[in-house]
Design a protein around this ligand. Sequence first.
Ligand SMILES: [Zn+2]
Length: 272
Amino acid sequence: MDRRLTLMAVHAHPDDECLSTGGVLARYAAEGVRTVLVTCTNGEQGDGPGGVKPGEPGHDAAEVARLRLAELRASADHLGIEHVELLGYRDSGMAGWSTNDHPDAFANVPLESAAARLSELMARYRPQVVVTYDETGGSGYGHPDHVQAHRVALAATDLSDIPDKLYYTAIPRSAIKNMAATLRESGIEMDFEPGDDFGTPDELVTTVVDVSAHVDRKLKALQAHASQGENIFPLRMPPQAQQQVFSHEAFIRVRSRVRTPAHEDDLFSGLR
Ligand SMILES: [Zn+2]
């Protein structure tokens, strides 16, 4: 293998790089793997300064985008990400918001044009491994921009025919159960009660990567997205619970052109 190992993560908004892939981005960067983050939108529909919610008076989409892209740079520095590529599409907002109807919203962008742009980035960086969300936008999340990121990443993979391996992010149901138990033991109230069907069925998970040595970087990257802090539940967990929850990241291997064990502990298994 004479080309440098390269990992490309395709995400929807500034801050999405942290929770599901912050550990692998930090770990592989530390190992000398080239890491490329593609962020599809500018996150205009996030919280504004002072916690102003989208749709509330004083919420300025352009200002929010500027702030969030600056936070993204800081996050990427903590994770050692070598290249940050911004597609610059407009945040569609959560499913059901009136912003979904904006003609420039990422969810409304023709698949072919966005996929062509991402496919060019794949041709430039030649990642052996690409990570994105599943068809639900990641473990059932359902955000229109996450669903669109999934579609675009899949189409770009087909167009470019470059990645050897394609993965979806996953939150195993067993990990969610363990997290809930840890939080209960620490006396922390959860913001939401995960139902039995929340998360990825464990039998679908092919790959679990130990990123325990990089939990601090992942946390710092998350904290860099301070303007969205209210929406980032794990930031409010006690350190011990964060250490446990963040120590491993799980994935579903969707395609592989190389021989690899059914269950892997390395996204580059079969490529080294
Ligand atoms: Zn997002």
